[in-house]
Ligand binder design. Structure first.
Ligand code: 5GP
Ligand code: MN
Ligand code: MN
Length: 396
């Protein structure tokens, strides 16, 4: 059947770039719950869709004068950053472990962070524009202790889970660098605090799922959320830019030949923007979706062992100018750990210089959907600029 399809039983316009039989029943129910919210103008569902907390990952929700913090997700501003280098496959050494170690030395991964704003200092950046960011902590409901210190220490660090840094080759053997990260723990603390506040608001009392609580325009709670949201989105974008610069520096130092870089590509995939759609000014939430306006460049990663894609938006108004953010999970982390072993992980990440221990089994490629099919399902939303295959993957 042709895509997109209209989700059956949805109370507001819900177009899906996936077949209902390919989507988990719980995720479909979650989408119907979202579509039933009185503030929703429309929902667009990307081919990487899967169950998320409160709201599905791989969905775009356009609301009128309302935002649900669960529809942004806990990692506000999570996204991708990548750059094409002047290196080619022939420049790479046979043993990639040294480059991997250099990258790991440049960017703290997992729960580690910099001891101070060393990420900024190491790059020799002008500290002044950063002062506004560190200081930008006015909130009506400030509940995060020591925000400024945390913000400084976490800037330029990757975080855990499926955040990653990769060195990839495209089909012409050109080397790309890319990374996936967001607003780190500070963004999570802010998101969780606002979700708690939203749940207690009286207008949210009768929702089908309390996790879908919304803030309404014109209220102090919305103003406070929007301030923190904007701050965290900027923090995430800068975090990725700092990390990419640190990785570029590490790569430059690893080669005798001079390494040049093109203009980096950056895209959020968990965020809110004010957008004009169908003649209305709406608040558009992309959770596990990227903006794909005409000409917009985006990065759609697959998994630690399969390919990823650099794409260019085709400006599809039908999709609210959106595309998928990745391949999307096929199964939960726990299910992946039950089903697969370290041997499976080794087999599925052959040729990739990466961690291959029990701690990353939940990230095994088979736990994700097939990225090529996901890209094929959205050929009316994005065109492929480059197909990438990683040779190094540093996991958070
Ligand atoms: P999320 O933002 O939902 O946490 O993950 C984004 C997407 O990144 C996932 O849906 C998955 O397709 C992809 N992904 C997860 N881990 C890796 C990895 O190590 N390398 C690459 N290239 N993609 C990954
Ligand atoms: Mn994230
Ligand atoms: Mn993400």
């Amino acid at each position: 059947m042709e895509l997109p399809i209209e989700l059956s039983g949805a109370k507001s316009s819900t177009l899906m770039w996936a077949q209902e039989y390919d989507v988990d029943a719980k995720a479909l129910q979650q989408l119907r719950n979202i579509a039933a919210l009185p503030w929703v103008h429309g929902v667009r569902v990307m081919p990487d869709v899967h169950l998320g907390k409160g709201a599905t990952v791989g969905s775009v929700i356009a609301m009128y004068q309302a935002v649900s913090p669960a529809a942004v997700g806990v990692d506000i501003g999570c996204g991708m950053e990548g750059v094409l280098t002047s290196l080619t496959a022939a420049d790479l050494p046979d043993d990639l472990s040294r480059i991997r170690s250099r990258i790991e030395a440049a960017v703290p991964v997992g729960f580690r962070s910099h001891g101070d704003p060393v990420g900024v200092r190491r790059l020799g950046l002008d500290p002044r524009p950063w002062d506004r960011l560190w200081g930008g902590f006015t909130s009506l409901h400030d509940g995060v202790q020591d925000r400024e210190r945390k913000a400084k220490q976490q800037m330029g660090s990757l975080g855990g889970g499926n955040h990653f840094i990769e060195v990839c080759l495209d089909d012409e053997d050109r080397v790309w660098l890319m990374l996936h990260s967001g607003s780190r723990n500070i963004g999570k603390e802010l998101a969780e605090r606002h979700m708690r506040i939203a749940r207690e608001l009286p207008h949210n009392a009768d929702l089908p799922d309390r996790d879908l609580a919304v803030f309404l325009s014109g209220t102090p709670e919305m103003d406070a959320y929007r301030r923190d949201l904007t701050w965290a989105q900027e923090y995430a974008a800068r975090n990725r830019a700092v990390m990419l610069a640190l990785v570029m520096q590490a790569v430059r130092e690893s080669f005798e030949v001079e390494v040049r870089f093109e203009q980096p590509i950056s895209c959020h995939h968990n965020y809110v923007a004010e957008e004009h759609l169908d003649g209305l000014d709406l608040l558009v939430t992309r959770k596990g979706a990227i903006r794909a306006g005409l000409g917009d460049l985006g990065l759609i990663p697959g998994s630690m062992g399969t390919g990823s894609y650099v794409v260019r938006g085709l400006g599809s108004q039908r999709s609210f100018y959106s595309a998928s953010h990745g391949a999307g999970r096929r199964m939960s982390r726990n299910e992946a750990k039950r089903r697969y072993t370290v041997d499976d992980l080794v087999a599925q990440t052959r040729g990739v210089e990466s961690r291959k221990d029990a701690g990353v089994i939940d990230e095994i490629p088979a736990a994700y959907k097939d990225i090529d099919s996901v890209i094929a399902a959205q050929s009316d939303l994005v065109e492929v600029v480059a197909h990438l295959k990683q040779v190094i993957c540093v996991k958070g």
